[in-house]
Design a protein around this ligand. Structure first.
Ligand SMILES: [Zn+2]
Length: 112
């Protein structure tokens, strides 16, 4: 059963109707059918964006993370903590690349 079918069934088989709250004992605020329909409609909107995991992953990428400093004897790398792409490399006084606001590989928000 889809959410739309569930919504239609709740509307048909319950006391729910557009005007059912007029004179209703519970009122719109305490109507279980209204709450169920609202919740299902809200879930449908989230589903259009993506799965819960996809939304969580996208949100976490927007929270800036500190670049991982990874040193070799002669140079230092600053890597994206999410995908490991090297953002900046320092050889003594020379710096190659720069830490952008977002990783060019995975989009992770970054800071140094
Ligand atoms: Zn990355």
């Amino acid at each position: 059963m889809t959410e739309n079918e569930a919504i239609e069934r709740i509307k048909k088989e319950s006391c729910y109707s557009e005007n059912c709250h007029d004179g209703c004992l519970y009122g719109e605020e305490n109507c279980a059918y209204s709450k169920a329909i609202s919740a299902l409609e809200e879930i449908q909107q989230y589903r259009e964006i993506g799965t819960v995991e996809e939304c969580r992953e996208a949100r976490e990428k927007q929270i800036p993370k500190k670049c991982i400093e990874d040193s070799c004897p002669d140079h230092t790398h600053y890597k994206c903590p999410s995908c490991g792409k090297i953002q900046k490399t320092k050889y003594d006084d020379s710096t190659f690349g720069c830490i952008l606001n977002n990783c060019s590989n995975c989009g992770q928000a970054l800071y140094d």
